[in-house]
Design a protein around this ligand. Sequence first.
Ligand code: FUC
Length: 801
Amino acid sequence: MKPSISLPRSVAVTTSLLCFNLGPEAGAEQRVYEIVDDQPAPNRGADYSIIKSRGYPFDADWEGRSYPIGNGYMGANIFGRTDTERIQLTEKTLANEGLYGIGGLTSFAEIYLDLNHHAPENYRRSLNLNEATLHVGYDQDGIHHTREYFANYPANTIVVRLSASQPGALSFTLRAEIPHRRSANEINTRTGTVVADDDLITLSGSIAHFSVNYEAQIKVICDGGRIYAQNDNGGGRLRIEEADTVVLLITAGTNYELSEKVFLEDTPSLKLDGGSFPHAEVSRVMDRASQMGFETLKQTHREDFHSLFSRVHLVLSPRVHQGPTEALLEDYRADGSDPFLEELMFHYGRYLLISSSRKGTLPCGLQGVWSQYLVTPWTGGYWHNINVQMNYWGAFSANMAETFIPYLEFFEAYRAKCARLATDYIEKTNPQNLAEDGKDNGWTIGTGSTAYSVGGPGGHSGPGTGGFTTKLLWDYYDFTRDESYLRETAYPALLGMSRFLAKTLKLHDGGILLVEPSASPEQRLAGRSEHYVTVGTTFDQGFVWETYNDLLKAARVIGADDEFLNTVRDQIGRLDPIQIGTSGQVKEYREEEAYGEIGDPHHRHVSHLCPLHPGTLIHSRKPEWIQGVKTALDRRGNNTTGWAMAHRMNLRARTREAEKAREVYSKFLQERTLPNLWTVHPPFQIDGNLGTMAGVAEMLLQSQEGYIEPLPALPAAWHTGEFSGLVARGNFEVSIRWSDRKITRFAVLSLGGEPCRIRYPGAATARVEDSTGKAVSFTTESANGIRFETQPGALYAIRLR
Ligand code: FUC
């Protein structure tokens, strides 16, 4: 493989980057990251009696041993078996009633290959993250069998190729099953048929609740041999005899359309057009994929995946671990000193986000794009009191801003409904604040939403969930500096959210404005079953401040002069969001004095610390607030669930407590990580994988304070390493190499041509050079801070002395 310093948005700089000797050593191989096993995943089946987070049936082998591939639309879990291979297929739009009746992801299909290879030798299965391709290989009766699996995004097709070392050695039966069928008198009613015809198996049917019609097609293309279609016992199957190689193409879809109507329509069965069927579209996609053929599908998949994955290079460990991943995990549990697993998990997080969130698909859900369940835990949807935001924290810093586009598409579709929810909410809670025309109360979003439903705030989480959401919309701009996006999408979104939040405020003594009612997500008083609802929690006050602050910044960039900005300017200083308690902690509640007086002192949510991360209200120029966060984190402790550890890791990166950030990351890897490196809340939720991926980037590079801060939280275990392609706000790609925790190479690629500010010990004595080696003049902002002008597309070396 060629050394890859892929800077897709500026090809011309590649050579100069190489001169700067950044990215992988010139001529050196890019590391290949694999998840490996020397045996197939067991397949003991799912157990209906095990209910996790109200989801069922639970399938431990699926959750912890199968390997995931995905293209945003579809995901597949592959077991790599040799007797009967199992490929479990998920498609994001297929939903049943789910929990709470708001819709929930449900498994699309089970695909089986009866291979009858019962004595495999030299078995290996590996998920290659660089290529997003899964390989299975083994010997049976003196014949070497190999299989390759990938999920091509541009062609929206999952591709499997089987081959053998001898011609004519492939004979097997391909079967497909519709999982979780339910008759008309049951909830989650699902009907369907499986029909084999010629070289094609078609699964089709309906799920009643939302009038979802679904179809999947599996096509067999053989080189040599014969195919026989059989239809008996209510199921179609294809018998393949004596083929040399076999390619399977899998396509799937439903009649779901992401539109305002899906959210505005209240009657579940009317959300979709029940008279519309996906057959024509699924067939069109299949015809196109068949015409492309295996090699072209593989080539386009590689090019597409590389365009995102190869942008970032990051090495933390001197060694690449060889051998089964489970052994790596066990070694790490016994002695967490080798950071290779920490490095691998960062790349796996990138792999998982690219595989589950692409333009034109729904956003990455609570389990990404993977669900074998009848009823997926927590619906598998979009939980806005931290989970869905956490999914995207690393999208920007780890150079995959495009993976956030599905969320923006989702936002466009739900916002009309969310405007209605805002009016409903204000009518109920603060009717005196309703807009004069009764209508323009902005928009809001509460915790729970799915592809079919979006809800307002209230109950266990305050209206701050909306500000938590618009933070992502602002960050997309702040990293990409796409001004037309700011003008057309982010600014109106921030303005609407600010209008709503302003109406949640009530005037209190001293002119202070407090959100009322207000809640800190999911907290309860000791011994009480209902959630604690109060006035002015740090979570809500903090997110009002963040939204207002981002709105004012956005208005300055685009020169907006809406009258309402004056209200925001007046109110932002009267929120009094951060309070320090008698234990020295950042308080979660205004009425709290000593730490932990109110609510569970070890609660998984640390919502009151959001003003430090993902927020910016708490920053390094307020050391007493930073200390308040440290104290609150120390008291809260790390004995918590998966994603909750990920939030703590990001917070410790921002308090610059490198060892504590790594400590919680290590604990997460040791306690919450399964052999396929999926991580659990429990059960499996992708937010832990993606939140810690963001955490690694946060430890290595920060920019939320208006300047680039390299290696802000570098732990001793990462004493020597390198990265290229991480992104700082302002649209800078940053590359750093360090040894014994000292920077030895540091370069910044300015994609937008904005002024570059850097903060690092001794920065004022650095020499800044352009790509020809010419000195670039800079202004010294402090002993550790410099600022220089940049040209778009130009690369700068910062030579620290
Ligand atoms: C939030 C969390 C839960 C869970 C759910 C999906 O409500 O508090 O722990 O992760 O989202």
